[in-house]
Design a protein. Structure first.
Lengths: 320, 261, 418
């Protein structure tokens, strides 16, 4: 090898054997095109999934509503769900879904937001590093375990508090409360993201006017993050409506049009789980009914997700 | 030295080049000729489109979704913005060194060898790495640590490694986009020395915001500024010594004497 | 101190001085609120602790066991010490002829593994039965009372402390008696199902993420549609995926998922394959979103360097973007997998069986899975099933936690390597 000084800046690299071509005409690269096509296909799978959901649910729901005995109107307004005698009114199931979800949100929303405020405005980094993983674990516990918890802890607790003659073995309150615990980490982490996106300068401005930490948090930071918190709330509702295992285990199996949370009443998701868990024959009204309910569930949660995203997008435009 | 296609006088030449980002015209009507084996500096206030023009020479602007260009950039008698031109091959012939050193998170050896291998290098990789690192005046500093991560090098060494990485694929032109802006004065000096050495065999186009650097290191200088509609225009182009001593345009004089920008 | 006096005087002129104690009350309120916030946050910890304690409490404790047949009436040595010939003899003497014939269909009893014979003697002859079971806390607190009660109510029974999560629980298959039931087939079912899920979801998910981040133009309508669609799919309830799986994989693609196309016979579409594919669709949005974030975190400068050397897009992705994003992608994948392992609702809809005593034999067999087993046992009225449900929950939680530990290890290892 020549000495370094003489090498510096030399263009010819003796190691290169193949000549340089200055022809810049486009090369065809079939491998690249193939890979790109595959990657595009991967992206399209998600669209196909949505199409599959809409088409399959729609098709079977169509069959369900095609039955002359059943109309969309009677489905949406009927207060009795008894497939055996041909009564398909979804209100009992919907009612139970709403009651369990409302109970869940009543637990998850205040505690979730308070936790978020504490984590983002008060907690020391060390405390956060302990609390965040705990919330993550809580969020990662499978829902069937929450169902077990509802049945073996929450229900006995409620029965001993309010009397076992007042509280059914399966009841909406127990399922709703535990569902609230399940949703809490979701709401708190989404709200915390919204709170920490509020610029520091806003807090400093409030402190500079002599506001206390509480006044700053409640009167300045929370209002600034409100749309993010609302988005979290909506996602929480959507999650509660779609949750299956907790209600399937703890809320009862049998449609029941009641407003008493201590009664047993089956939710929409609980019904789907129970019916499809048994041996059912295809193309019976029972079987088709789970698609109709599934479609309703899909449309409601999809609408809520859209709403939440729209709200949080508007919020993002303010601070970025 | 192998037989080079010398049919054009200039290494690269632009004719009426306009570049747009969406509706915004970033540079307007640039016509420039870059001499072979010379260092040409592009100077001007920030936002005047210097980097945009530089990135047009190897079509790095393709990656900005809203960017498009009109006019011609001629390289070996081919307009590189012609739809039939393969930008991938173009970038191999017109290499680039970026503002911040950006070595791959691999070993020093792999940083140099990777681009060559990908461009179909046949030959002894060890020799290639050694030769290239010598060309980039980095060999003596790293020869015992070739397997070490490139990220362990100092900023100046990293930037010279990035130059070596560009040299290894045997380009003809090297574009440098403010290559010293993240470096200390000593590292900057080393890069400038290296540029001088390299210019014997390579055409170098450098964008810099540092006028002293342009004055010290380049043969030709082109001064850009912003038009009233905020798009960049080329004001003056001449030998560096003339630009800095006898600027023809008032705007150039204002800039180099510090009355502007 | 004239100056100070002047200053306070001017302040009083500017703002009306609040009544006495106003600031004290403000600060008191602030302190109270802080305490309240802290307390609510601690609630999360309390919830988690209560949940774990409930499960632990149910997963061990005293049981009162009564044997239908006294083992020492069969042999004067413990059953576990007997050899094959002796065990086979006991079985022949105590079981009905038909049953023995069924058992010998595969070969003579003497030639079967000793562990099988021991299990047969236990389950079919001795038939130990849990007649009473206690949770952990009562077992610790009321030990003497439990013993006394048992002695009075079941004079022939014995009382033992039982960890419901034990070796036999892991190696036994499903059985109709809780004391003999185990999670073996459920664990194997979950494992095979997850394997199928990973094999399908990982390449497609990473591929989609690469497409969206590296190839797709953000202006194009179809790409925006894909992105919005993925974000929305992530919020679709899991049971809806179950219904899709039922309609699509179990029914429409029946020839494929039942294995009929591959010459497997006698299966309906309710197979591990159907369930694995359904799970793959379920975790796909989550996986894609995580992978996108990981890919986005790779600095643009690396891509520029690579393109600047004349690399093609795929070369850039394969050599620089993917290696840089891999730790994040793997962590995200493991998180998605943990979700799949715990999901129950879609499996119910797709048709997991709750009573399977044999090991699943590949993608075209019917199956059960760990969460299905937990669900099934939880909903049984007999208290002993609550105990094995708790034991199964422990198995599930431990596997999830170890999976997360692996994710953290992987992440650390990858980040160190650079």
């Amino acid at each position: 090898m020549e000495n370094t000084a003489r090498m510096i800046g030399k263009r010819t690299t003796t190691a290169w054997k193949n000549p340089v071509s200055y022809n810049l005409q486009k090369k065809t690269r079939p491998g690249e095109a193939l890979i790109q096509a595959f990657l595009f296909f991967c992206g399209v799978v998600s669209i196909l999934t949505t199409l599959g959901i809409v088409l399959e649910l729609g098709k079977e729901a169509w069959l369900f509503f095609g039955d002359p005995e059943i109309s969309v109107w009677s489905f949406l307004t009927g207060t009795e769900w008894q497939p055996k005698i041909g009564k398909f009114g979804v209100l009992p199931l919907l009612n139970s879904t709403i009651i369990t979800s409302v109970i869940a949100i009543m637990v998850a929303l205040p505690f979730g937001i308070a936790t978020a405020i504490f984590l983002s405005e008060y907690a020391s980094p060390k405390m956060r590093s302990v609390l965040k993983p705990i919330l993550e674990i809580l969020a990662g516990v499978p829902t069937v375990v929450y169902g077990y918890f509802a049945l073996t802890f929450m229900t006995p607790l409620l029965r001993s508090l309010y009397g076992s003659q007042n509280v059914d073995v399966y009841n909406m309150a127990s399922a709703g409360l535990v569902m609230g615990i399940m949703i809490l980490p979701l709401i708190s982490s989404m709200s915390e993201d919204a709170l920490s996106a509020v610029p520091r300068s806003l807090r400093e401005a409030a402190y500079g006017l002599g506001a206390t930490r509480l006044e700053t948090a409640i009167q300045v930071v929370v209002p600034a993050a409100l749309s993010g918190i609302i988005a979290a709330f909506i996602i929480g509702v959507s999650r509660a409506i779609g949750e299956t295992m907790i209600v399937a285990i703890a809320a009862g199996s049998g449609p029941n049009f009641t407003f008493n949370p201590f009664n047993a009443a089956e939710t929409m998701t609980g019904y789907i789980a129970r019916i499809s868990g048994g041996d059912l024959s295809y193309n019976t009204p029972d079987y088709n009914s789970i698609f109709a309910i599934g479609l309703l569930l899909f449309l409601v949660t999809l609408g809520l997700n859209f709403l939440s995203r729209a709200i949080s997008r508007r919020f993002r435009e303010v601070y970025e | 030295m192998e037989d080079m296609n010398q049919s054009t006088k200039y290494a690269i030449e632009t004719r009426g080049l306009n570049i747009f980002y969406g509706d915004f015209q970033a540079v307007k009507d640039i016509s420039l000729q870059f001499e072979r084996n010379r260092i040409t500096a592009i100077i001007g206030p920030s936002g005047c489109g210097k980097s945009t023009v530089l990135r047009a020479f190897n079509r790095m602007n393709d990656f900005v979704p809203s960017a498009h260009a009109t006019g011609e950039v001629l390289y070996h008698d081919q307009n590189i913005y012609d739809p039939s031109v393969d930008a991938v091959q173009l970038r191999r012939l017109i290499g680039m060194v970026f503002q911040k050193p950006n070595p791959f998170p691999k070993s020093i050896y792999d940083n140099v060898a990777w681009g060559a291998k990908m461009n179909g290098f046949r030959g002894n990789t060890d020799d290639l790495v050694e030769e290239t690192l010598r060309q980039a005046a980095l060999w003596d500093e790293v020869k015992d640590n070739l397997k070490k991560s490139a990220l362990a090098l100092s900023g100046g060494q990293q930037q010279r490694l990035c130059i070596a990485r560009a040299l290894a694929v045997r380009p003809e032109i090297i574009l440098m986009d403010e290559p010293c802006s993240a470096l200390d004065p000593i590292a900057t000096l080393k890069i400038e020395d290296l540029m001088r050495e390299l210019s014997q065999n390579y055409t170098i186009i450098i964008v810099t915001h540092n006028m002293q650097q342009a004055a010290r290191a380049s043969d030709y200088t082109s001064f850009f500024t912003m038009d009233t509609d905020r798009s960049g225009i080329m004001v003056e182009y001449n030998e560096t010594s003339l630009i800095f001593t006898k600027p023809k345009d008032q705007r150039t004089e204002d800039y180099i004497t510090g009355r502007f920008g | 101190m004239k100056a100070t006096d002047n200053f306070s005087f001017s302040l009083d002129q500017g703002i009306q001085s609040p009544e006495k104690g106003f600031h004290n009350r403000r600060h008191q309120r602030a302190r109270l609120a802080q305490a309240a916030f802290r307390l609510t946050t601690l609630l999360a910890v309390i919830f988690l602790a209560t949940l774990l304690i409930t499960v632990l409490n149910k997963s061990m404790g005293y049981v009162v066991l009564e044997n239908k047949v006294d083992p020492f009436s069969l042999s004067d040595r413990p059953i576990s010490d007997l050899n094959n010939t002796e065990l086979a003899q006991i079985l022949r003497e105590n079981l009905r002829k038909n049953r023995v014939r069924t058992l010998e269909r595969a070969g003579f009893l003497e030639d079967q593994p000793r562990s099988t014979l021991v299990q047969l003697v236990n389950t079919e002859i001795i038939q130990p039965e849990v007649v009473e079971s206690y949770n952990l806390f009562p077992s610790l607190i009321n030990r003497s009372k439990i013993m006394a009660d048992a002695a009075v109510s079941y004079p022939t029974a014995r009382v033992e402390f039982r960890f419901w999560l034990n070796g036999a629980f892991l190696t036994n298959s499903m059985a109709s008696q809780p004391e003999l039931a185990g999670v073996r087939s459920a664990l194997l079912g979950s494992l095979q199902l997850i394997l199928i899920t990973i094999l399908t979801a990982f390449p497609i998910g990473v591929g989609a993420a690469i497409y969206l981040e590296e190839y797709a133009s953000h202006k194009s309508r179809i790409n925006r549609l894909i992105q919005t669609n993925i974000d929305n799919l992530a919020g679709v309830p899991s049971i809806v995926y179950g219904i899709l799986g039922l309609a699509l994989f179990v029914r429409a693609l029946h020839p494929l998922t039942s294995g009929a196309l591959f010459g497997v016979e006698g299966q309906n579409g309710r197979t591990i394959l159907s369930a694995g594919l359904t799970m793959a669709l379920l975790i796909l949005p989550l996986l894609i979103i995580n992978a996108q974030e990981a890919i986005r975190s790779v600095p643009i400068s690396l891509r520029q360097a690579s393109f600047g050397l004349g690399a093609t897009r795929w070369q850039t992705v394969w050599h620089h973007v993917l290696p840089g994003a891999m730790p994040g992608i793997l962590t995200g994948t493991i998180l998605a997998i943990s979700r799949a392992i715990g999901e129950t609702a879609p499996l119910i809809v797709v048709g997991a069986s709750t009573f399977i005593t044999s090991d699943p034999a590949g993608p075209f067999s019917s199956f059960t899975a760990l969460p299905i087993q937990i669900y099934n046992w939880t909903t049984r009225p007999q208290p002993a099933f609550q105990h094995i449900a708790a034991a199964a929950i422990l198995v599930l939680l431990i596997s999830l936690l170890s999976l997360n530990a692996v994710a953290i290890l992987l992440r650390n290892r990858f980040t160190k390597r650079v």
